[in-house]
Write a protein of this length. Structure first.
Lengths: 275, 275
């Protein structure tokens, strides 16, 4: 989006200096036909609409302070459960639910906007060749749920923003970070865009989804969206503390490319399909 | 909205303490079928989507810092003009356009979220009996434009948030303030809800719309939405400075009611019609 400048859109959040801290702000739009999987309840829709924004704030290593929710409501009867789910997610992550906007809409549309703060927000930029690449969580489970592995429905319906881990990673000195919401390869390309280096991961290092064939688990991990994990880089000598459960999946390389098992991969995963 | 607490939804913005200042945050959802009048251009749509949120920030007497825009886009070709209009409005009012979200939507839907700051934000609460009621701007022109008085199309299509005036009014010690976006009577009822007193206005004091019959002008002023003006109260001994062009239209009364020319009026103006 040339109009607003490249720097503004490279991170999960806008970063705003405020005294001796930084505010971070993010907004996410979800709507029924594209974003809410079949079988999701209205309470879970409310939860998800807040969780996706908290995930952006978590990816900066920030404390989430406030959530505003704009609700474009198709049926009045849905409002209370949606708000309950949104409030529940706010409460779970120590965030104020500070208000919003309410409108009538033919298609249910939710836009959550979040405000947080961090002394030292972690950006997407900052990776250095030689850094290791870590991931918090097991990628691909939301896609597995979509494809019928219903034991992972909760991952899909009630994404868990990694707020606690984001804060700890920021304090531990990770060099770059983002959330993974549209699949791992898409996220690696996002990091590539923000950095003058490249990223190489090994599929053999990826955490595997229990109960799935290994190859399918790896496929979901690389291309499946909807998980809301954290992807980060750190110097080999300064690993994150043990209280963060993470997996090292590769390393930052000089060559400006995204490589999987040594091969350059094309971008895959969620892409807007404009008509 | 019981779920999030009454206090949270009484003001135009959420108010968040931050060091020795207060942050204010607001979000507004607009979509094509309800909010964008016929004949509006995509650039104006972008402008309007930012202006409505800046108006909320102005109503707190705050400096607008940042705007995030979530765009649910029906046609890719509309994006650039919408963003241009949004950026233009941000630039005009000294606000950063800090990013947002982009999604495909059957119906064009824009949600702007704004962050601002004020040392002493003005709330809707704070009116005291004996205070005078002031308004910045001429209410009713957007509705007049909708009804065919096309000389006022610009008021309707490119609302002008009263950012400058809001700041000055806050510094001058107004006791309560809000923006008028859904008609004057609706706004007076909003003040009533936030205060233990009442509001009485005189139609003979209302500024009149040029080129319209007096009665029609008054009707639009009381019930017409879409103007984005400022409504405020102040002690008779401390009027706002002359650099703010305002009109005194009534006074704060002990009786908890909204009165127009002495008579209690029912709420009129924009209301959601739930199906």
């Amino acid at each position: 989006m040339q109009v607003i400048g490249r720097e503004s859109v490279l991170d999960d959040c806008a970063v705003i200096p405020c005294g001796d801290t930084f505010l971070v702000a993010s907004t996410d739009m979800l709507h029924e036909s594209t974003d809410f999987p079949e079988g999701i309840t209205d309470r879970q829709i409310g939860w998800m609409s807040v969780a996706v924004t908290l995930s952006d704030i978590a990816a900066m290593g920030a404390d989430p302070w406030d959530i505003l929710l704009a609700v474009g409501l198709d049926k009045a009867s849905r409002l209370l459960d949606i708000l309950r789910g949104a409030k529940e997610c706010c409460d779970t992550f120590g965030t104020r639910f500070s208000g919003g906007d309410l409108d009538h809409h033919r298609e249910l549309t939710l836009v959550s906007s979040g405000l947080g703060a961090a002394r030292n927000p972690v950006r997407r930029s900052g990776s250095r060749p030689g850094d290791l690449i870590g991931i918090v969580g097991i990628p691909g489970r939301a896609q597995a749920a979509l494809d019928g592995y219903h034991q992972y429905d909760k991952v899909l319906f009630e994404p868990w923003p990694r707020v606690r881990e984001g804060r700890i990673l920021a304090r531990s000195g990770v060099t770059s970070m983002m959330d993974v919401s549209d699949g791992l390869i898409v996220s690696l390309y996002d990091l590539l865009e923000a950095n003058p280096c490249g990223y190489e991961i090994e599929t053999g290092r990826l955490p595997l989804i229990g109960g799935l064939p290994v190859e399918l688990s790896r496929h979901y991990a690389l291309t499946g969206g909807g998980d809301y994990l954290l992807l980060f880089t750190f110097p080999p000598g300064s690993p994150p503390p043990d209280e963060v459960d993470f997996t090292i999946i590769g390393k930052v390389i000089l060559d400006q490319a995204v490589r999987v098992d040594g091969e350059i991969v094309e971008i895959e995963g969620y892409q807007h399909d404009w008509s």
